[in-house]
Write a protein that binds this ligand. Sequence first.
Ligand SMILES: Nc1c(O)cccc1[N+](=O)[O-]
Length: 242
Amino acid sequence: MRLDVVSIFPAYLAPLDLSLIGKARRDGLLDVRVHDLRDFTHDRHRTVDDTPYGGGAGMVMKPEPWAAALDSIAGQADSRPTLIIPGPGGQRFDQQMARELAGRSHLVFACGRYEGIDERVYQRAARDFDVRIVSLGDYVLNGGEVAALAIIEAVARLLPGVIGNAASLVEESHEDGLLEYPVYTKPDHWQGHSVPEVLLSGDHGRIAAWRHEQRLQRTAARRPDLLPRPAAASAGELNIVV
Ligand SMILES: Nc1c(O)cccc1[N+](=O)[O-]
C-alpha cells in the first residue's frame, strides 16, 4: 500500500517512522510519503492561506497549493487513489471503514488547517481521486494530522504482515462488534488483586466461554449501542394494527 500525506506540518507525521508502521515501511509493506504543502507554493512567503470570502474569523487554505500537491500525487499514481480529508463534518470512521480502506492500494491524506480548505479543492479532486471526508468524532481538532495518524494506524495494522501475530486481530474491540475481554499477566496476586481463577485453570473451553461473557458484559456496560438489536418483535407484540 502506498500512503501519501500532505500537511503544512510534516513533522507531525514523524510517528509514522516508529513501531509497527515504521517496521512495515522498512519491510516494504508500506510506501509512505509525507509532503509539505508549502513546497507546492510559488511565492516568497510560501503562502498557503488567505482571508475567507464572505468574512468571518480565521483563514482559509488556498486552492492553488492543494491543486498542485494533489496533481503531483495523482500524476505518480498507478491507479485511482482514495483521497481522505479528515474533518469534523465527515463520515464517522470505524473499524468497518478501516477494513474497507485496507483493501485500497493507494491512500492520500489531505490534512487541513485553519478554518479549512477552499471547497473547490474537494470538487476538483474528484476528477482524480475517490474523495472521502472522514471524522474521528464530534469534537474540534486544530487540523487533520492527528486524525490521519489514527486512520493510518487503524488501516495499516490490518495489512498482511504488519502485525506479527495475525491472530491478535481477531478478538479485538470492534472487530466483531463486541469490546475486548480483560487481560492479565504475571504475577497472579498483586496488591490484593488476584487473576480470575478460570484463567489459571488451563481449561481452554472454560476460558473461551468466560472471555466471551466478559466481552458481552463489558459491551453492555460501556457500549450498549454496539450490542445486536433484539430480533424485530411480531406485529402483535408491537401492537401494530394492520
Ligand atoms: N474533528 C476533526 C477536526 O476538528 C479537524 C480535523 C479532523 C477531525 N476529525 O477527524 O475528527
